[in-house]
Design a protein around this ligand. Sequence first.
Ligand code: NAI
Length: 212
Amino acid sequence: MANKNISMAVIRRLPKYYRYLADLLARDINRISSKELSEIIGFTASQIRQDLNNFGGFGQQGYGYNVEALHKEIGKILGLDKKYKTVLIGAGNLGQALLNYAGFRNAGFDIGAVFDANPKMIGLKIRDYEILDSDDIEKYVLENNVDIAILCIPKNGAQEVADKLVGVGVKGIWNFAPIDLEVPSDVIVESVNLTESLFTLSYLMKERDDEE
Ligand code: NAI
């Protein structure tokens, strides 16, 4: 597969490039130098050139980068030119917050169905979604070739739900439950943990205070 040797550090920076380039496009800016890009993104110009060279060097000496072409290419590298069939599991506080955010759908991650295990939740509507019984997840996944499951359930039970999903062919899990899921090597788990991010903030503030 192409780009197999790109370091994870570079991959983790790509969404940021993508977001800033989208902002530039929205402002009708079609051409940008690595120096200007560096000023807005905060990475050094040489870091930017190095990162983007990994993918074939989109820039031209003396011209800079074509914003639209670069945005499109990075989108492709991130797989955003694909459409993913997605389900959300756990329609509690976090699940509902995610459902209420339109940005994921706009980026091609259309949530097809929402499941919950609580009988009191089943049948209720959030936005356009009627909450379905989580006992029916496997059937739904099989019938709809679901690619990605968004897990917004407590950590107890999360591994069991992940096993079920993997068993019926889900290949990507966006995991918000505070647990390191065990999955076969062909399944990708991307975990998000806001608490870890908050603890990082706390550390950095403490470090700054210690320096003063
Ligand atoms: P919540 O209690 O409001 O919602 C959880 C929902 O999951 C409930 O509706 C419950 O009925 C349902 N549920 C429980 N077990 C289930 C199962 N086996 N199958 C289907 N549905 C099931 O909780 P909240 O606040 O929405 O948090 C959900 C999860 O997300 C928790 O694990 C929490 O720790 C985590 N969380 C993670 C964050 C992060 O940054 N990663 C931030 C906030 C919450």
